[in-house]
Design a protein around this ligand. Sequence first.
Ligand SMILES: CC(C)(COP(=O)(O)OP(=O)(O)OC[C@H]1O[C@@H](n2cnc3c(N)ncnc32)[C@H](O)[C@@H]1OP(=O)(O)O)[C@@H](O)C(=O)NCCC(=O)NCCS
Length: 180
Amino acid sequence: MNVKIRKEEPCDIPFVFDLIQLAFENEQHSDHQEQILVDSLRRSPEFIPELSIIAEIEGKIMGYLLLTKIQIVNHENQQIQNSLALAPVAVLPQFQGKGVGSKLILYSHQIAKELGFRSIILLGHADYYPKFGYVPASVYAIKLPFDAPDENCLAKELFENSLKGIHGIVRYPKEFGIIS
Ligand SMILES: CC(C)(COP(=O)(O)OP(=O)(O)OC[C@H]1O[C@@H](n2cnc3c(N)ncnc32)[C@H](O)[C@@H]1OP(=O)(O)O)[C@@H](O)C(=O)NCCC(=O)NCCS
């Protein structure tokens, strides 16, 4: 199976919308609004086109991943690091378990590093992300601005020690609808 990973183009947008909806359809921990979130994030200043990423198999879009710019701030609300939120990653149900999600995640790390980002934060499956180097954000004393189990609030250093000394709270773009 030949999987091509590439940047999303404007003509991909309607296909991505349907794909996200289908991927999350049977997902228990979902509000089933992820496709709408992605549409609004594309219009936000925090959207980075190079980090809106497609997986294509035989010319058809089967997977999608978005990294959006976020801030880690200290207790005085001062920015201490520009970071990225991974939300969402989605693969069409019939193509899950074939390595597509892994390829999207690894590619996104590479582009994020090339763009100079130092970390990624996410809320997600505790069992899926550790193999890509994600650990509980609490390891770095980084808090997410909502109540969620520690094991689901995950952070990744993109460079060795790039979260060292970064203790703070994550600030999401308003499109995430997080009141903090
Ligand atoms: C999560 C998702 C993106 C993974 O993509 P994928 O292409 O199926 O994943 P891969 O084939 O690269 O990896 C498969 C591995 O991940 C594991 N895995 C897949 N989904 C998982 C989940 N929800 N929780 C834990 N492990 C999971 C598989 O068991 C498999 O493990 P193995 O490599 O040890 O056999 C995909 O299943 C999906 O779109 N799910 C619905 C939407 C979703 O939940 N997105 C993530 C929100 S946090």
